[in-house]
Design a protein around this ligand. Structure first.
Ligand code: PAF
Length: 302
């Protein structure tokens, strides 16, 4: 009698060792997935994971298994293309690749690099995590994620990818078209991140009346370019969303504020820079975004 095929849980490869990547690694492991970390070095890696409900340590010592079939790539927007180029020789013919970062502009760069059967996805998350030190990751804010397929090849492995991403960074909403969610996140990042980086403040400071007119200008300009790009947002909807995120993350320093203060490269080119490039394509002027972009470039450590 023929034996039934065993149901195997696919091996996921997480790229880098950023806070979101380690959070996803820990949660995949908790859910019973075999998981490996693709890092610049092949040295063994141990880390501690802490959340409100859990604390455990994870040892990732086994040699990397290639080719990679399922890959989560939660690296900064400016590092995505280089990372994908380095991964290409290691990817299976039908590999599934999930991008996850702030800002926009990488999807168009990555799609032409993939083979016909390689699927591309984007996951946008509001989970909060940070590294207390090189080997301790803290899950500081429970969030949720939105996932969307970006090419036809992604549908061949739809169930596997959705199930794993539910475990890694759920609760998960799967969108037929993820673009509106990415634009909405872009609105939040294009207002909160540059202002907090420029004024070196926590997100919550932006609710002071002092910032109201700057926020309104940035939002009005954002809506003009989003509408020209076919995204149907109102100023009021964006105002409500930005206000909500400022309140929910009042005690946080934004990622751009932190990168800026630590002298690291920021995602400005993929947030405000992306918006300015879109505006140019639609022959629009965005004086408020242009001004904040120039100021940050001038003050930027590199
Ligand atoms: O980039 C960030 O820090 C986050 O996306 C957000 C939502 C602005 C909260 O700090």
């Amino acid at each position: 009698m023929a034996q039934p095929h065993p149901i195997t849980t696919p091996l996921w490869t997480v790229v880098g060792q950023g806070a979101i990547g380690l959070l996803a690694t820990a949660r995949l492991h908790q859910a019973g997935y075999p998981v490996q970390l693709h890092r610049r070095t092949s040295a063994p890696f141990d880390f501690m994971f802490q959340s409100a409900d859990d604390a455990f340590s994870l040892s990732l010592h086994t040699p990397l298994k290639i080719p990679y079939s399922f890959v989560l790539l939660p690296v900064k927007a400016y590092a995505v293309v280089d990372a994908v180029q380095q991964l290409l020789p290691l990817l299976a013919e039908n590999a599934q690749l999930v991008l996850s970062h702030n800002g926009m502009g990488t999807i168009e760069q990555v799609l032409p690099l993939l083979k016909p059967k390689q699927g591309l996805w984007f996951l946008s998350t509001s989970h909060g995590a940070f590294k207390a030190n090189q080997t301790t990751v803290i899950h500081s804010g429970k969030g949720q994620s939105v996932l969307g397929a970006l090419n036809q090849a992604a549908f061949a492995q739809q169930q596997s990818v959705e199930k794993a991403m539910q475990a890694a960074l759920g609760p998960l909403v799967v969108e037929d078209d993820i673009k509106p969610s990415l634009w909405l996140k872009l609105a939040v990042n294009a207002v909160i991140n540059p202002l907090t980086a420029l004024h070196q403040c926590k997100n919550g400071e932006l609710s002071r009346s002092h910032y109201t007119s700057a926020i309104t200008l940035l939002i009005e300009e954002f809506v003009r370019v989003a509408n020209a790009a076919g995204q149907d947002f109102s100023v009021e909807a964006i105002q409500n969303r930005v206000k909500q995120v400022i309140e929910q993350t009042a005690e946080n320093y934004s990622s751009m504020q932190q990168d800026f203060v630590k002298g690291r490269r920021t995602e400005l080119e993929y947030i405000t820079g992306f918006l300015l490039r879109q505006a140019e394509q639609h022959q629009l002027q965005l004086p408020a975004h242009q001004a904040i972009y120039q100021l940050l470039l001038q003050k930027s450590p590199r």
